[in-house]
Design a protein around this ligand. Structure first.
Ligand code: C2E
Ligand code: MG
Ligand code: MG
Length: 366
């Protein structure tokens, strides 16, 4: 090196991991410059035996102000920061901080705890009504996953789902969800066919979607096992997940639709798909994200976008569902723009299975 980075050397640490050591830096800035340069240089495509390749690096930086640093800690911290760099989307660098260590420790703890969660019956589902905005009648119900660990207490879906996806546990958990929902559908029909929801929605993870034909077989087998008519099952896929690999997912969606199950796009408006592309997919319904519904009674622009969205959805012969409805004013605005269904705290919170039928009869009265 030219001295800008102190006394520096690079070495292979093992596998595809390399370490760059810089001594005598005044602060972290030169290390960041070096990392930026490495990310750029390593991303340059190169030829190997007539074929073009492109590689990339994710870099974790840790610095020590001690004259004799604890090498072990320094390496561990750099490793933690590198893990964050990979999560941040690769081909980037991240400087270690203590919060990162705590987050990693927590997610490792959750990942370990999750391994036994299914066998210990720690997961359960809560159910939230989806109602017809015109009549207030129950239209459907969405199943939402909950996890209560004996020692850690309640863990939020927003916290445990990404860990379940990264570790692959979501496959077993998701299979349990499909089974449990179909079992519950049949149980409600037996108990009180008149008040029982005619259809149930479940959320699919992108990891389950990546199963492809195996997922189609699974859904088919579970419907069969509990005698659930396919149109009673709705599968929700978020717009973000859909946009990750639109072509591959499209094929899967058509295969699922041909089973007769209904497909629902979740969190519409948070991703990058355009209204025009909606008709490329066999969606039965589109759920308009809570962020639109929440801004709707104040912001004219949000109203305009939501209104146009509802129009397109309904004109394409699909069903519009508003998420996160919390106030009467929101209902009035949604009705005025022709949105047909709503879900949210105003109508009912998600409740355990044994409270659903009672909740439903309350929903209908109001
Ligand atoms: P989602 O599918 O969009 O579910 C709606 C979320 O909004 C739920 O959060 C629900 O509790 C919440 N919610 C309902 N009404 C209101 C309201 O009026 N106001 C507000 N502020 N929030 C409301 P939850 O249960 O925490 O689930 C979060 C996300 O986790 C879900 O978003 C879904 O993407 C995912 N998820 C939940 N269960 C499962 C599952 O079984 N499998 C998979 N793969 N993902 C799941
Ligand atoms: Mg959903
Ligand atoms: Mg949603």
């Amino acid at each position: 090196t030219d001295g800008r980075w102190g006394e520096a050397f690079a070495a292979r640490f093992g596998g595809d991991e390399f370490v760059v050591v810089c001594g005598g830096l005044a602060d972290v800035a030169p290390a960041e410059d070096l990392a930026t340069q490495l990310v750029i240089d390593m991303a340059v495509p190169f030829m190997l035996k007539g074929q073009e390749f492109q590689s990339g690096v994710s870099i974790g930086i840790s610095i020590s102000t001690e004259p004799v640093p604890g090498v072990h800690d320094l390496m561990r911290n750099a490793d933690t920061a590198m893990y964050e760099a990979k999560r941040a989307g690769r081909r980037t660098w991240v400087v270690f901080d203590q919060g990162m260590h705590d987050r990693l420790a927590r997610s490792m703890q959750l990942e370990t705890a999750m391994r036994h969660a299914l066998s210990r019956d720690e997961f359960h589902l809560v159910y939230q009504p989806i109602v017809d905005l015109e009549t207030g009648q129950l239209a459907s119900v969405e199943a939402l996953l909950r996890w209560r660990h004996a020692g850690l207490g309640w863990v939020e879906p927003a916290e445990f789902l990404p860990i379940a996806e990264e570790s692959g546990h979501i496959l077993a958990i998701g299979e349990w969800v499909i089974n449990e929902v179909c079992r519950q559908w049949a149980a409600w029909q037996q108990q009180d066919a008149q008040h029982a929801p005619s259809s149930l929605s479940i959320n699919l993870s992108r990891v389950q979607i990546a199963l492809g034909p195996q997922l189609v077989t699974l859904v088919h087998d579970v419907l069969d096992r509990y005698g659930v008519p396919p149109e009673a099952l709705q599968l929700e896929i978020t717009e973000r997940d859909l946009m990750k690999d639109p072509a591959a997912i499209r094929e899967l969606l058509f295969a699922l639709a041909s089973l007769g199950v209904r497909l629902v796009m979740d969190d519409y408006g948070t991703g990058t798909s355009s209204l025009g592309r909606l008709r490329d997919y066999p969606f039965h319904a589109i759920k308009i994200d809570r962020s639109f519904v929440t801004g709707m009674t104040r912001d004219r622009q949000v109203i305009a976008v939501a209104h146009a969205t509802v129009n397109v959805i309904e004109n394409l012969g699909m069903v519009s569902i508003a998420e996160g409805v919390e106030t009467r004013a929101e209902v009035a605005t949604l009705q005025a723009m022709g949105c047909r269904f709503g879900q949210g705290q105003l109508f009912a919170p998600p409740v355990p299975a044994d409270q659903l039928l009672a909740t439903v009869s309350r929903c209908l009265v109001s």
